[in-house]
Design a protein around this ligand. Sequence first.
Ligand code: NOJ
Ligand code: CA
Length: 542
Amino acid sequence: MKKESPLWYKNAVFYEVSTRAYYDSNGDGIGDLNGLTQKLDHIQHLGVDCIWLLPIFPSPLVDDGYDIADYYDVHPDLGTIDDFKELVKETHKRGMRIIADLVVNHTSDQCEWFKKAEADVHSPYHDYYVWSDTDQRYTDARIIFVDTETSNWAWSEKTQQFYWHRFYSCQPDLNYDNPAVREEMKNIMRFWLDMGIDGFRADAVPYLIEREGTTCENLPETHAYLKEMRKLIDEEYPGRILLAEANQWPQDLRPYFADGDEFHMAFQFPLMPRIFKALAKQDVSPIIEILKMTPSIPDNCQWCTFLRNHDELTLEMVTEKDRQFMWQVYAPVNRMRLNLGIRRRLAPLLDGDAKKIELLYALLFSLPGTPIIYYGDEIGMGDNIYLEDRDGVRTPMQWNNGKNAGFSDAMEETLYLPVIKSDQFSYLHINVAEQMQDDSSLFNHIRKLLAIRKSNPVLAEGDYEVIPHTSDPALLVIKRSDPHETIFALHNLSNQTIAFDLQSHLGHEEIIYNLLEELPLNEKCCQLRPYAYTWLKIANSD
Ligand code: NOJ
Ligand code: CA
């Protein structure tokens, strides 16, 4: 059964999963809820505490389910509400939790609310959306999907008005100045929370409310509504969580935690691209700088750290110069670029280099925050940049080297997306079955790191300090400590061996244990081979 501490999310590991991509239980070529339920043992075996489920609602799937047509049901391709309840039950049975996406900001234009809004301007649903006679309002708001949209306003032939949308034009924004919308979203929360889910990853939260003369992001009125959502959780569903998707600079991100009365968690967006930049430059200063810029958060809050997710690797929170650098290094081919980002998975970004992949995971697991692993990245799955939009990083999970990578019994031609077959990342050699048998596989490395992290809670919840002035700019030393113990996490982000002298950071009577080797370390100077990492635990000799 799941553990009962209300602060469970502060020391946890999350796993992001696309139901459609995971496992097809009924042979129609599309992964489904029952399929996911059948594969829960894999997720548990990895050492995951909480699953984040990408949208599962009825949808025309123009934005892969982030365009919701009905908030109170499950997409028929994926199963039924009963299948969902079964998934929740089985997840809890394994001691894990599960949160779902809550798409707060917008619906699909196929949602009944929008259809009614367009059909009759006097319908109560008309005011569910944001309308205007001109497209010259809120002109200070940026366009997010720059590759496809030219305006945040779209013309409705039916109403002869413009409607507001921050994402695709088929995703009209909801009007949070309307109390009925505010209540509706709360009822949606209750609907899913009543089925036992453990919270929500709330999508696109900076954009709820629009005001003239502003960027229409992070407005105080938006924060006020988000606090109402939190109040609902605290009063009616204590112990459940809200995780914010707010792709913002640290100073704008911090207010989403407020005084510990808004979000429990928020993605650490600015950190992520800097990890990749630091690796490419063999210089850890971008990581150190952003950590310095990141304000501390209330005790009941936690960051969510990640390397990759289902979207493009976003370069929105970097300077123009860094964006050009990142594109040159990590997206040399034009098709790898999308909007202000890079549509590639973790393993191809790092040329399939196992040492670098492990290093970045180790780094993620020693930095402050709760890490999220994107499905498939635990085995180093590849991508397909020739698919449209972000589909290239959403291909079927590779379970074994059999038909359709063990994902589905269907005819290959009917799969929702093709499996990865390219030489380097083909499912023939990159798959769960093979990695489970191999002690030195990426899957088993991550599993081992997570297990060590679990048995050393200081790595998740201890104070952290970056040790300055180490011997080399490519060496990142993170000290995690609490009153009982100290761990030094060392990471060499370069292709050269680096030495680190621990002596000056220690007291007299201390012994150093290498947590990864399970051996005491006699030398107080560590040699780190290219792209090596290690976790050293300091204990008193008595
Ligand atoms: C963020 C989601 O992660 C992304 O996939 C989606 O397209 C936008 N929000 C719009 O919902
Ligand atoms: Ca299916």
